[in-house]
Design a protein around this ligand. Structure first.
Ligand code: UD1
Length: 351
């Protein structure tokens, strides 16, 4: 069977890597990269490190408004699907790339599979929430990572096409952590030692698009009694530079890191402070305290098990909350295991 995997943004490359290996055992896979992320450090580096085959197509669509970006992707993906006539298309996560891929497939009546289905923040001001809802309702097969995701799909009447598979990021992590520990020099490059620092990442529009919010957040982070290593996402970097926002002394900034360096950086850290969805999961897998800089999260299991808390930087107690958060609860491994094989088995049956 001919299967098209559509990716475009950094977290999608991580999810594609283990699944692509499994799919290629039985099917022809064509990789379409929309170009949403395009810097070497946000894209090509991930293909090299995770040994993902080169994309068959790169659409070069990036930047612009959400409508313009998604519209260009729709136009380009449709041309490819019409010329290749695949048996199925796979989309990942909740980005504009996901939305475009699933919408074109629905219009052309090509079977589509949505990986990481069923996540809901119940906050429709997030572009990702709209992308998830549309992708879940238009896709033919929904691969859900957690029980919560399955319940969300059930509540929207989508049970008959839902499968509880676990989270594919577990496989990406497990198959790369040993290699990462052997090859990464990230701590010596940054002149750091184990447990001497925490990690912070920020890229959500909610936190970074408004310069005043970002300044306030940095002021709060300055009072944390820990070094913070901050690999800066291009979106965030642009806002910092355009507005001359100064970075507190306890924050060490770096360019975006590759997957191998980043999982090692997380593994050797004290705590992880983030607004990313994928990093909340990696923190849990690594048994690191995770502080999520958002008013809500889709990864409720990590909160319920006590390994993740939501923190608001408008709260005067922000620094204390972070410093005092030291979970020890036993984990129930809520993201599953051997996920790529499970997904591939289902794909073999349905395609
Ligand atoms: C996108 C996803 C978000 C995901 C995130 C992971 C949507 C709506 N958002 O957000 O869900 O969590 O990716 O990183 O799809 N840029 C560069 N170089 C790059 C990539 C981006 O300079 O390699 C710039 C873009 O030109 C743009 C900005 O960063 O100005 C934001 O990029 P965009 O792809 O629109 O959204 P992200 O914030 O990366």
């Amino acid at each position: 069977m001919k299967i098209i995997s559509v990716v475009g943004a950094r977290p999608q490359f991580v999810k594609l890597a283990p699944l692509s290996k499994e799919i290629r055992k039985n099917h022809d896979e064509v990789i379409v990269h929309t170009g949403q992320h395009f810097d070497d450090k946000m894209s090509d580096l991930f293909f090299r490190e995770l040994e993902i085959p080169e994309p068959d197509y790169n659409l070069g669509v990036h930047g612009g408004s959400h409508g313009a970006q998604t519209g260009k992707m729709l136009f380009e993906i449709e041309k490819i699907l019409n010329s290749i006539q695949p048996d199925a298309i796979i989309v990942f996560g909740d980005t504009n790339t996901t939305l475009a891929g699933s919408l074109v497939a629905a219009k052309l009546q090509i079977k589509s599979i949505h990986i990481e289905a069923g996540l809901r923040s119940f906050n429709r001001t997030m572009p990702e929430e709209i992308n998830r809802i549309v992708s879940d309702h238009t896709s033919d097969y929904l691969f859900a990572p957690t029980d919560t995701a399955i319940k969300n799909l059930e509540n929207e009447g989508l049970s008959n096409k839902s499968y509880l598979t676990g989270d594919i990021m577990v496989d990406a992590f497990k198959s790369n952590i040993e290699k990462a520990e052997r090859s990464s020099n990230i701590l010596s490059n940054l002149d750091l030692t184990e447990n001497e620092y925490s990690v912070i990442t920020l890229h959500r529009p909610y936190n970074v698009d408004e310069p005043e919010n970002l300044k306030k957040l940095f002021q709060q982070l300055a009072s944390i009694n820990d070094k913070l290593v901050f690999p800066v996402h291009p979106r965030t970097k642009k806002i910092i530079n355009d507005n001359d926002i100064s970075i507190p002394k306890n924050i060490i900034t770096t360019d975006p890191l590759g997957y191998l360096d980043f999982i090692v950086l997380q593994k050797r850290s004290n705590k992880i402070i983030t607004d990313s969805g994928g990093i909340q999961k990696e923190a849990y897998i690594l048994e690191k305290p995770c502080i999520t800089l958002r008013p809500e999260t889709e990864w409720l299991e990590t909160i319920k098990e006590g390994w993740n808390i939501l923190a608001d930087y408008n709260n005067d107690e922000f620094a204390n909350i972070i410093e005092n958060f030291n979970p020890t609860a036993k984990q129930n491994h809520v993201f599953g295991d051997e996920v790529a094989v499970k997904m591939a088995n289902i794909i073999n049956k349905i395609v």
